[in-house]
Design a protein around this ligand. Structure first.
Ligand code: NIG
Ligand code: FE
Length: 416
């Protein structure tokens, strides 16, 4: 069945040149059509344009076209959330209270809390339980406008549990209408028993985990938490080289806690994205300028941990692209609400609504390797779009933060 959306107040995110991403001043340009239509069929975008140019055949009902009248409403390409850890067991609100009382993320981690706390709970959970919890989170973000999501392992921290997590993600790919990519993050934290002999844990990641992940074809990408108190740049290089031998492209956690050298390592190994970037100086910006690596900001984590903000304005003004993602996880960002991330991009980082919309759609699609398929309105792309509630214009989307402004969700050409 074809879907024809008519009388769209504004169709947002049109991308005639099929750009893989936008950068610098280009991020401030968001192409839209006012009073538009959008035609969808076989799961894809077939046609779009101004209502003046729309011809509806008289026998459209016979032809099996479902017409949706979007008077007063906007249509957006679905959000792409290129960085999440949304497979996890339970929650960590007790640490949240510790944080409010003054403990830092690093202090909580040093005493065995944080990621290790989630690893313990994940170990105790069955695959079925993990799938159940993750499906609820996927359902929630679907209705908030997300159409594609990357999910990392990294709460296993031993071969058996890392594989368990990745098998759960594989199952989610078949159960959910969302476009899902899986990232292997065995190097997320150093288990207690390897403290002081970290290289032994890195050896296990390289010699045991990566070959098994590759043998079962469980991951699309490989990640390392390259930062102060976690994995060094040397560890990161070794792990990335091992993963790349099996065709796993890097996407790394870098410079959240210090000027760790993570950005440069990511660029050196052609990472698809480097994420967090609170500590980004001129040398890091220079390294990124000569690369195809997407700098990805995670405003939810910066907000929740009350961290310094990445110099996003400086990065865009230096001609860089920027993507925004949620980091949905139980420790540093327990929300996958990309509408909120859009607002945070504008409020906390002084991004214009146009820049922030590009950063949560096309650029974040690139950051998870799917910008040829989703992330913008282009003929032939997957029909992953949402219709908003009635609103005055695109600025209203980040402005009216905290409420759900998604009215109708269409994924793979189907109305949910
Ligand atoms: O991206 N920074 C490292 N990892 C996650 C946090 C994971 C956790 O605390 O459970 C992040 O913020
Ligand atoms: Fe993360």
């Amino acid at each position: 069945m074809k879907i024809l959306i008519i009388n769209i107040k504004e169709l947002v995110g049109i991308d005639e040149n099929l750009d893989p991403f936008v950068r610098g001043a280009g991020m401030g340009k968001l192409i839209t059509i006012k009073n538009a239509f959008l035609l969808i069929g076989k799961g894809r975008i077939l046609e779009y344009g101004s209502m003046e140019h729309l011809f509806i055949p008289e026998d459209w009902k016979k032809k099996g076209i479902k017409v949706i009248d979007a008077t007063g409403k906007l249509v957006f390409p679905s959000f792409c959330d290129s960085h999440t850890h949304l497979v996890y067991a339970g929650s960590r609100e007790i640490e949240y209270v510790d944080k409010i009382r003054g403990l830092s993320y690093e202090e909580i981690s040093k005493r065995g809390g944080g990621i290790l706390n989630s690893a313990k709970r994940l170990h105790e959970a069955t695959e079925t339980e993990l799938i159940g919890q993750a499906l609820e989170r996927l359902e929630e973000i679907t209705w908030l406008g997300t159409g594609a999501v990357e999910i990392k392992s990294g709460y296993g921290l031993n071969p058996e549990d890392e594989l368990k997590m990745l098998r759960v993600i594989r199952e989610l790919k078949s159960l959910s209408p969302l476009t899902i990519k899986a990232t292997f993050l065995g190097a997320h934290a150093i288990p207690m028993e390897y403290r002081g002999k970290q290289h032994e844990y890195v050896d296990i990641v390289i010699n045991e985990m990566i070959p098994q992940v590759a043998a079962e074809d469980l991951a699309d990408y490989i990640d390392v938490f390259c930062d102060k108190g976690f994995f060094t740049t040397d560890d990161t290089e070794r792990i990335l080289m091992a993963g790349m031998k099996y065709g796993l492209k890097p996407k790394i956690h870098a410079n959240e806690l210090a000027l760790s050298g993570g950005i440069q390592v990511g660029v050196k190994y052609g990472a698809l994205s480097v994420d967090h970037l609170e500590y980004t100086g001129d040398a890091e910006i220079l390294a990124l300028q000569n690369s195809d690596t997407m700098p990805t900001i995670l405003p939810g984590a910066a907000f929740f941990l009350n961290m310094v903000h990445a110099p996003v304005r400086k990065m865009i003004d230096a001609g860089l692209p920027v993507a925004l993602a949620s980091d949905f996880n139980p420790g540093s960002s327990p929300s996958g609400n990309m509408q909120l991330i859009l607002s945070m991009g504008c409020i906390m980082y002084r991004m214009t609504p146009e820049e922030a919309i590009n950063a949560t759609t096309l650029n974040s699609a690139y950051a998870m390797g799917v910008s040829d398929e989703v992330g913008s309105i282009a003929v032939g792309k997957k029909a992953n779009v949402f219709i908003t509630v009635p609103m005055p214009g695109i600025e209203f989307m980040p402005y009216a933060y905290g409420s759900n402004k998604v009215d109708t969700v269409i994924l793979n050409g189907k109305v949910l």
